[in-house]
Design a binder for this molecule. Structure first.
Ligand SMILES: O=C([C@H](O)CO)[C@H](O)[C@H](O)COP(=O)(O)O
Length: 210
């Protein structure tokens, strides 16, 4: 089981500062959607240049033009790019095809998908690398999480790795780990802590044991 740090509410310099502190405890660093909106794909490039050994995920949440947008993210240095599960199959196919050309990976984010189980099976069959259940900030504000969704997709995803994101904290991590995802994505559960290094270290310890 791997740990991904999601960086959302910081600028490029702030993102690099956090990664300097916790790099040894994370497997993947995510340039979150808000950073991409604020700073563009330069943020992905800057992170890859500063930490070439780290796997960098660009959370573009692609909804259309899958092939083109994956190509641009790959040019910036992204190793993994996100595409929305609610997008058309042709968009996901285009993203997968483009990613394969350059050895990149596609994570499909099932945020706001109604038939989680059905769509997870469909995108799995399209050859994506990760299928991720996700309670976004707005759902989190309503007290929702995706723990049950993770259990639901585990039974239908056959070839891709499974991932979970959205409001995961140290206190809820054991419950998440028990459901057996391949990848746990944590943002505020690390960046919002006063001791980010200690939080990342403890999370890494827990996911490594699984
Ligand atoms: O994808 C995310 C969200 O939609 C904002 O872009 C976050 O990266 C994801 O939810 C993980 O962050 P936390 O919820 O703070 O753990």
């Amino acid at each position: 089981m791997k740990l991904q740090l999601a960086l959302d509410l910081v600028n490029i310099e702030g993102a690099k500062d956090i990664v300097s502190e916790v790099a040894e405890f994370i497997d993947i660093v995510e340039i979150g959607t808000p950073i991409v909106i604020n700073e563009g794909l330069h943020a992905v490039k800057a992170m890859k240049e500063a930490f070439p050994a780290l796997t960098v995920l660009a959370d573009l949440k692609i909804m259309d033009a899958g092939g083109y947008e994956v190509m641009k993210a790959a040019e910036a240095g992204a190793d993994i790019v996100t595409v929305l599960g609610v997008s058309d199959d042709s968009t996901i196919k285009g993203a997968v095809e483009e990613a394969k050309k350059s050895g990149r990976e596609i994570l499909v984010d099932l945020i706001n998908v109604k038939d989680i189980k059905g769509r997870a099976a469909e995108v799995d069959a399209l050859g994506v690398d990760y299928v991720c259940v996700h309670s976004g900030y707005d759902h989190q504000a309503e007290g929702k999480n995706s723990f049950a969704d993770l259990q639901a997709i585990k039974s239908v995803v056959k070839q891709a790795k499974t991932a979970i994101a959205g409001g995961i904290k140290l206190g809820t991590l054991p419950e998440v780990i028990a459901a057996g995802p391949d990848l746990v994505i944590v943002g505020g559960g690390i960046t919002g802590e006063s001791d980010q290094k200690a939080a990342a270290a403890e999370m890494k310890r827990l996911v490594s044991q699984a």
